[in-house]
Design a protein around this ligand. Structure first.
Ligand code: SF4
Length: 279
């Protein structure tokens, strides 16, 4: 049996490795561009209607102007908050509780749409959003977490496709043969005492979160699964680690185990902002 070479530990580890600077700007700039573009279209429509005023058109103009103001207000608040939270490092859970729901439901789809218009793929825009999310997990005033407060969720496709062990039922059935990156992650999370599961889909992941009620989730998956997962977990902080897909989607995917384990160690040593931890 061929053995996969031992993965090198990430040179720059922890959460900072998962929130690279240049990448964050793609999402913020596209979301701002989308808001301005849509606001401009609504304003132009209102402008032409206002010139032929009657009662019905007056009402439509009012709705268009109200929509424009609402969209611009949400964009300014959410994107301004992201910039302020990243620059100051003081966020006390505002990201998960207030800003993230607005961003993931409204600004992210708009940014993906504008990205598509100018040739930036959905994966790249969602990856940029995930960098923003990871940048906002850390912050000043953090307190370390217990290992039992962290939940690690790994995708089934991370397992070598020909592996005979049923790790989705029980992750500790992994024999750590080194053929896929799952073994090194399980080895580390087992020694740290962190609950680790191979998730077969969104439904199972949601059930695990509901049952275990973790204070932080460390999730490995593709951009789309991570974004949908973040949308589904309410206000729980999620450290998002994007897998690589050298053999195509959902098949023998890979991740740097050092990236995952260093992020977990950082959460145990430094935690998340104590005010942001959900109850
Ligand atoms: S899941 Fe474990 S036993 Fe199976 S191939 Fe990967 S490292 Fe080896």
């Amino acid at each position: 049996m061929t053995t996969k070479p031992e993965p090198a530990e990430s040179e720059v580890g922890g959460l900072s490795a998962l929130s690279e600077g240049r990448r964050k700007r793609i999402f913020v700039q596209l979301a701002a561009a989308a808001a301005v573009l849509i606001a401009a279209i609504l304003s132009i429509l209102a402008f032409f209607m206002v010139r032929q005023a009657d009662l019905l058109r007056g009402a439509l103009v009012f709705l268009l102007q109200a929509g424009t103001a609402t969209l611009l207000g949400i964009a300014a608040l959410s994107l301004g908050a992201i910039v302020i939270l990243i620059v100051t490092g003081v966020h006390s859970g505002h990201w998960e509780r207030v800003v993230r729901p607005m961003v993931v439901r409204l600004m992210l789809p708009l940014a993906v749409g504008v990205g598509r218009l100018i040739g930036i793929s959905r994966d790249e825009v969602q990856g940029s959003f995930l960098s923003v999310n990871n940048a906002l997990i850390g912050g000043r005033g953090r307190t370390g977490l217990e290992a039992s407060e962290i939940l690690v969720l790994l995708p089934r496709c991370l397992q070598w496709a020909d592996c005979p062990h049923k790790v989705s039922q029980e992750v500790h059935r992994c024999q750590r043969c080194g053929r896929c990156s799952l073994g090194a992650i399980v080895e580390e999370t087992e020694s740290l005492g962190v609950a680790t599961f191979v998730s077969t889909g969104g439904t199972q992941a949601r059930r695990l979160v509901k049952e275990l009620r973790p204070k932080v989730i460390v999730a490995v998956a593709c951009e789309r699964e991570l974004t949908e997962g973040i949308r589904d977990v309410g206000n729980i902080p999620v450290v998002a680690v994007i897998n690589s897909r050298p053999e195509g989607p959902c098949f023998n995917t890979d991740v740097d185990p050092g990236c995952v384990t260093l992020a977990i160690r950082e959460l145990i040593e430094e935690g998340v902002d104590s005010e942001r931890v959900p109850v």
